[in-house]
Structure formats: structure tokens, C-alpha cells
Write a protein that binds this ligand. Structure first.
Ligand SMILES: Nc1ncnc2c1ncn2[C@@H]1O[C@H](COP(=O)(O)O)[C@@H](OP(=O)(O)O)[C@H]1O
Ligand SMILES: [Mg+2]
Length: 270
């Protein structure tokens, strides 16, 4: 039986997560920097090997690999972040348990259609969200807007939003974990500005969109993938009915200026 792209995205995100958990068990005592580097590399190698075996004609855009110029002419490109929330993967909480707010992202982009399949695995929680089985966001009680926000580098924009409306900030690591927190109802929105790359948001946006959530740039424009420069610095994920009000709020917050200039590319083409 052939595996669909939806199923493959989910299987690969889960199997890369297993590689990461096994590696961390094996080398738990190494310094955090080494754990991060070896985690990034092991998951990347696993994903590249499996995609090479199972989808040999499709180029891959990975945070951890040299950019493959062939992707710009390809009709199908896998966009993967082998370990999103790398910092959190290497850290323990105050009780000494490993943090669980890190993810594996696997997405498929197709020419003319955009993101068509994807999966976000949260291996530390034994969870996977994918386009194979789109989830439905549960109804949540009304109250302050619960915003998922970076725990290590919250964008200036978030402080400006908090001046304009009643918000509850919910800090956590990983773009995938934050986007999935909107899907599970833990948060009402994920708003990010100031920097990110296509691999940080591709799979979360594929999964969130398939589940009926609204996803766009901060100015409400479409998120575009497989661009020559993978810098994609901002993002909104929320329920559809909140989108107009939230984008209006973001416009008012950013009118005071939260410019996010593109840095030099970190994984420039060879
Ligand atoms: N200002 C910025 N510039 C570049 N990347 C950023 C960024 N802010 C967040 N990111 C990336 O987005 C992901 C989620 O970050 P955060 O948890 O802080 O929200 C992380 O991916 P990686 O862990 O894959 O590097 C992080 O590197
Ligand atoms: Mg990332």
C-alpha cells in the first residue's frame, strides 16, 4: 500500500522524534551545546535519508542542510526543521525533568498549491499533529486573549499588543509548539515578529491551516514558501473569527515601529 504524503510527513516527524529522544538518553550528560548540535544533526540526517529513500525526486529545504538550488525549479519540495526549539531540547525544568516544548517539523510544498501536507511532532509529549488527521480546536471560554510567545526572545510587538488589549502571555519554546497550542485550545493566538525562517513555520502552518485555523503574515498577507531567500520573519496563527480584530490590533501596535530587517542568510546556497 502506498504511503500518502500526509502519512509520510507524520511518520517522519515521529521517527525523527524517536531518534532525538534516544540520542538524548544516550548522551544525557554532555554539555547543552553539544546536545543541541548532535540533536540537530541526527534528526536532519534521519529525515534526509528517509526522504531520499521514499521521495527520491523531491529536493529538501532543511534548517540544518546546505541550500539546494534545485528546489527553486522543483514542483515538490519538503521543508523540514529537524529540531525546532533546539534550546528547549537541551534544558530541564525546575524539577529536573527534560523540557517538552520542542518539535520536529515536516512539510511538503507544491508549486501552484503551496503547503499541501505537514506534521508537527512533539516527541517529549508523545504527540503528533498532522494533515493526515486534521484536529479540531475545542471551544474555549472567553477571557483575556491568551498569546503563545517565545520564552527566550519575545518580540517587541508583544509588549505593544499588551498595551492595547487585555492579554495573557503564555511563554513556551518552539514555533511548532506555539502553533499547536492554538490548535489544542491552550492559547488563542500565536503572534511572532522580528525573525524566523520558512522551516520554522511551514509544518505548523500546514497543520494549522488544515485544521481550519487562520494563518498569515503580520500584515495579513499570505505566507509564501520555497522562496529563494527562506527568511520569513513574522506570522499569525489564530481562529478565523478572531483574525480581523487581531490583525487590526497588530497594525495599531506596529504603527509605532517594530521593523525586522532581514539578516544575512544563515544557510546560504553553496
Ligand atoms: N528573531 C529571530 N530570528 C531568527 N529565528 C528566530 C527568531 N525568533 C525565533 N526564531 C526561531 O524560531 C524558532 C522558535 O523560537 P522561539 O522558541 O524563541 O519562539 C526557533 O527555531 P530553532 O529552535 O529551530 O532554531 C528560533 O531559532
Ligand atoms: Mg526552528
Amino acid at each position: 500500500m502506498t504511503t500518502t504524503d500526509h502519512e509520510l510527513a507524520a511518520q517522519l516527524a515521529v521517527s525523527a522524534g524517536r531518534v532525538l529522544l534516544a540520542l538524548r538518553d544516550e548522551i544525557a550528560d554532555v554539555p547543552a551545546a553539544e546536545l543541541k548540535d548532535r540533536g540537530d544533526a541526527a534528526s536532519h540526517e534521519h529525515l534526509l535519508a528517509e526522504l531520499g529513500r521514499l521521495r527520491p525526486d523531491d529536493p529538501v529545504l532543511s534548517e540544518e542542510g546546505a541550500d539546494d538550488p534545485a528546489r527553486l525549479a522543483a514542483d515538490r519540495v519538503w521543508i523540514v526543521d529537524p529540531l525546532d526549539g533546539t534550546r528547549e531540547f537541551s534544558e530541564r525544568d525546575e524539577d529536573g525533568a527534560w523540557r517538552t516544548d520542542w518539535a520536529v517539523h515536516v512539510a511538503l510544498w507544491e508549486r501552484g498549491a503551496g503547503l499541501t501536507a505537514g506534521a508537527v511532532a512533539l516527541p517529549g509529549r508523545d504527540e503528533v499533529f498532522s494533515t493526515a488527521e486534521p484536529a479540531t480546536r475545542p471551544a474555549t471560554p472567553s477571557g483575556p486573549l491568551r498569546l503563545a510567545v517565545s520564552r527566550s526572545r519575545p518580540p517587541a510587538l508583544i509588549g505593544e499588543l499588551a498595551q492595547l488589549t487585555d492579554v495573557e502571555l503564555v511563554p513556551m519554546g518552539s514555533a511548532g509548539v506555539k502553533a499547536m497550542s492554538v490548535l489544542t485550545g491552550q492559547c488563542d493566538a500565536y503572534v511572532h515578529g522580528g525573525g524566523q525562517y520558512e522551516w520554522d513555520s511551514a509544518a505548523p502552518v500546514a497543520v494549522a491551516s488544515a485544521a481550519g485555523l487562520f494563518c498569515s503574515r503580520l500584515d495579513g498577507s499570505e505566507l509564501e514558501y520555497n522562496r529563494e531567500n527562506p527568511w520569513l520573519p513574522d506570522l499569525v496563527v489564530c481562529e478565523t473569527h478572531r483574525a480581523a480584530d487581531l490583525l487590526d490590533l497588530i497594525t495599531r501596535a506596529t504603527s509605532t515601529g517594530d521593523a525586522s530587517p532581514a539578516p544575512a542568510k544563515e544557510n546560504a546556497a553553496p
